[in-house]
Design a binder for this molecule. Structure first.
Ligand SMILES: [Zn+2]
Length: 142
């Protein structure tokens, strides 16, 4: 199975169980083990994820983020949680594309959820305001 297909299944199941595709709504209803907060972080850090145990995970998202980027980062950190990444602190920088598999998978997870939440299809993809790297990831699910 392609990774995109695997991720898409995970996302669809999660949204169905949560009863919402709203990023914060998903965290509230489905990620009970996650301690989630918006906090002020350096400009070049979007957020981070720390796995402590199956019952405790920490998610922090930069409170300065807005719009599409904010949604995307919340969904990216949710992806780390749902894909059960553990053992390392995953720090998400804003201006570097990470080579880590965990980061790429969390980005795919975020792109797929972002597409559903914003009702993006191949006809409106270019009319919606979002950074180019998000657009190219979303495009993988269209
Ligand atoms: Zn990450």
């Amino acid at each position: 199975m392609f990774i995109e297909e695997y991720i898409q299944r995970k996302v669809k199941r999660l949204i169905k169980k949560a009863g919402t595709s709203n990023p914060e709504g998903i965290i509230k209803t489905r990620l009970k083990s996650a301690d989630f907060k918006y906090v002020p972080l350096c400009k070049n850090i979007n957020g981070y994820y720390i796995y402590i145990s199956g019952k405790k995970k920490i998610i922090r998202v930069n409170s300065e983020l807005k719009g599409a980027e904010k949604q995307f980062v919340v969904l990216h950190e949710t992806g780390h949680c749902i894909l059960d990444h553990r053992g390392i602190i995953l720090l998400d920088r804003s201006n570097s594309i990470s080579k880590l598999k965990e980061e790429y998978d969390a980005d795919l997870f975020a792109a797929c959820s972002f597409k559903i939440y914003n009702n993006i299809n191949k006809f409106n993809l270019n009319n919606i305001c979002m950074p180019e790297y998000i657009r190219s990831l979303v495009n993988k699910f269209l």
